[in-house]
Design a binder for this molecule. Structure first.
Ligand code: FMN
Length: 340
């Protein structure tokens, strides 16, 4: 049975309160979304990956991913790459730019990363994994964490060996996505390999993959013995999942879905945060996918979702987007809109 009341894990000197962590998701877990998820109870929120090739950091995308002003909690910055010296340099630069934690991505199956043998492709080369981890830990004045998959493919699940390498290299926390690299996002995540990793290592372990409800979070914590769960896709348009998991783990009682007025209020705040962070023109574009997720998760029918998206997507100004959200959700409810 999940032990109620134990609600803390550690990453080096940091005591992290809570058991549900926002996953790094490129294009999604940006600063506005991380801040929102923390206010909704996320124990930790990991940034989108940045390349270890620091000469590419001048791009707008990288600059946005590296910004540290305005973060409302611990800043865990994720780096991706395959060359130990370059990874070490990138880690140092992230710390100089304000990172409290450096996270190494060895979990991403994306072609762009894997073609350069980074992300989860690295799991095939345990020697190189060791070299990267040692180099990054040595170069970083802050705790270094690692995110992996269960292995290269179903015949090569080497997560336990990677965990031992990580522990010996001085990694402070390990996140395991319960799929192999070859699985990409297909099939269901499995948690028995994560449970084996928890048994085999002294590191705090975070379990990840397909967790989409408080019950599932509790089941995965029980099955794996992990310190926490990490959640990605299920939080899109649904940042309330964190407080729902926290409440369920604390009391065993299931929280209600948020009232539509609360959805509207949160979405308005989120939109304003995106305009502030990205600027109006870019913010309006980024807002469209988040709007679609909120609609998908909270409107009663697919017809209503499609109609809302048809109305929202052509809008070019923040004021137009905000007005439509107010109209859609709250025609009869006075809302206090707070700028983020
Ligand atoms: C759109 C998208 C972008 C992602 N980007 C990253 C990333 O930048 N770094 C990373 O380690 N994992 C990335 N992931 C993987 C997630 O962190 C997570 O491991 C995966 O989605 C499984 O968790 P979930 O089932 O809760 O979504 C991404 C996943 C998605 C869907």
């Amino acid at each position: 049975m999940y032990p109620r009341g134990i609600n803390l894990f550690h990453i080096g000197p940091y005591a992290i309160e809570g058991r549900a962590v926002l996953a790094p998701m490129a294009g999604i877990s940006d600063q506005p979304f991380r801040n929102l998820c923390r206010t909704q109870g996320a124990a930790l929120a990991v940034s989108e990956m940045v390349t270890s090739q620091t000469h590419l950091w001048q791009s707008r995308k990288s600059q946005n991913r590296l910004k540290s002003d305005g973060e409302n909690g611990l800043r865990s910055v994720q780096i991706a790459g395959s060359e130990p010296t370059q990874m070490a340099e990138a880690a140092k630069a992230c710390v100089d730019a304000g990172a409290h934690i450096v996270d190494i991505n060895m979990g991403c199956p994306a072609k762009k990363v894997c073609n350069k043998a980074a992300g989860s492709a690295l799991l095939q080369d345990e020697g190189l994994v060791n070299d990267i981890l040692q180099a990054v830990v040595e170069a970083s004045l802050v705790p270094v964490t690692l995110k992996i998959r269960t292995g290269w493919d179903t015949n090569n699940k080497n997560a336990c060996r990677i965990a031992r390498i990580a522990q010996d290299a001085g990694i402070q926390l390990l996140t395991v996505h319960g799929r192999t690299r070859a699985c990409r996002f297909n099939g269901e995540a499995e948690y028995s390999t994560i449970a084996a990793v928890v048994t085999e290592t002294d590191l705090p372990v975070i379990a990840n993959g397909d967790i989409n409800s408080p019950e599932k979070a509790q089941q995965v914590l029980e099955q794996t013995g992990a310190a926490a769960v990490m959640i990605g896709r299920a939080t899109q348009g649904n940042p309330w999942l964190f407080q729902q998991i926290n409440a369920f783990l604390a009391t065993g009682e299931k929280a209600q879905q948020p009232h539509l007025a609360e959805v509207a209020q949160t979405l308005l705040k989120h939109l304003n945060a995106m305009y502030n962070f990205y600027g109006q023109e870019h913010g309006v574009r980024i807002a469209r996918k988040h709007f679609a997720w909120y609609m998908d998760k909270h409107l009663p029918t697919q017809e209503a979702v499609k109609a809302a998206r048809r109305q929202f997507n052509p809008l070019l100004l923040p004021q137009e987007q905000l007005k439509l959200v107010r109209t859609l959700f709250t025609e009869h409810l006075p809302l206090e809109e707070e700028a983020a």
